[in-house]
Design a protein around this ligand. Sequence first.
Ligand code: ZN
Length: 372
Amino acid sequence: MTTIPAHALELHRSALVVDTHNDTLIWVLDGKRDLGIRNREGHIDIPRLREGGVKVLLCACYTPASLMPDRCASRVLKLIDTMYRLLARHPGDLTLARTVGEIEQGVQKGKIALVLTVEGGHGIEDDLGILRMFHRLGVRSMTLTHFNNNNWADGSGPHQTIPNHGGLTDFGREVIREMDRLRMIIDISHASEETFWDVLDVSTRPVIASHSNAYTLAPHHRNLKDDQIRALARRGGVIGINYFPPFLSSQASAAWEEMVESETYQQIQEEWADDLLARERAVEQLARAVIPPVPFSLILDHIDYIVNLVGVEHVGLGSDFDGISVTPQGLEDISRVPLITAGLLERGYAEADIRKILGENWLRVFREVWGA
Ligand SMILES: [Zn+2]
């Protein structure tokens, strides 16, 4: 394992490090993972968070599209309950943040601040009342789709059961206006290009891509093209770099897409249709065999690319840990994040800019959208 220079570690530990996407809650649901101990499985628990110096996490309540149309909201509620039970179990380590003030107070007390988010707009079951209740329970950001199209927005995925709407429907536009009114952050990761442009047309606030990369470096439908990155930056938004090798490298991307089309993959999907975690584990085994290893430095390449395109104010970290079946070499879990700080220093970034990338950019957007 690469050792991290003392100076880089010092800078990292003194920075407010934010990670805007993980799927850890789905592994904790029903008491399946104890975050209080260092686990051999997965990417995130409290000991590894402490080691990795990550202080603020946006935790996704992820709803598989298979639960559409009427089992999505209850799924989100169970994950919100999981979050509240985690907070009760680890009061010395974890705190819920609904405002920037709560982030700052929590971090000052040495705690890790957790923010609730929803991944997959189908979670609201086409009901603005459910959206408002999620906000009341603490949800502060939502991706409009997952890979799938829902009834009011198109996702970026190629195989859809619901035909494309060509972006947002009229109700989709209402969702955007209500999220703006509630001051809930609109997250365009997973959205199709048409949805992206419709969102920018309707929303008046900064929007984010919590876990997406640059399409030019890795041409995958989950990534953002240059004109999207420019438009998002003009709006004051931030892009969180996703650590998933197929979104980082074009070779890994091609291997992943080939795997997804394979019979073995389809068999896994059918065999474990009702068991998300078993399905994830089976996909992980398959992915490890077919996805070529990629070095963690590709994360730095995507950061460089976005910085060169739109400046240092519009990029951050959005690992996707516990939601990705393979990881880059060197960044096997969240304990290894200081490696990114060391890499940025090595590439000549100023310390003030590194602090922006590690977290200050996100804090700016949170303050602007959530209010003071
Ligand atoms: Zn995702």
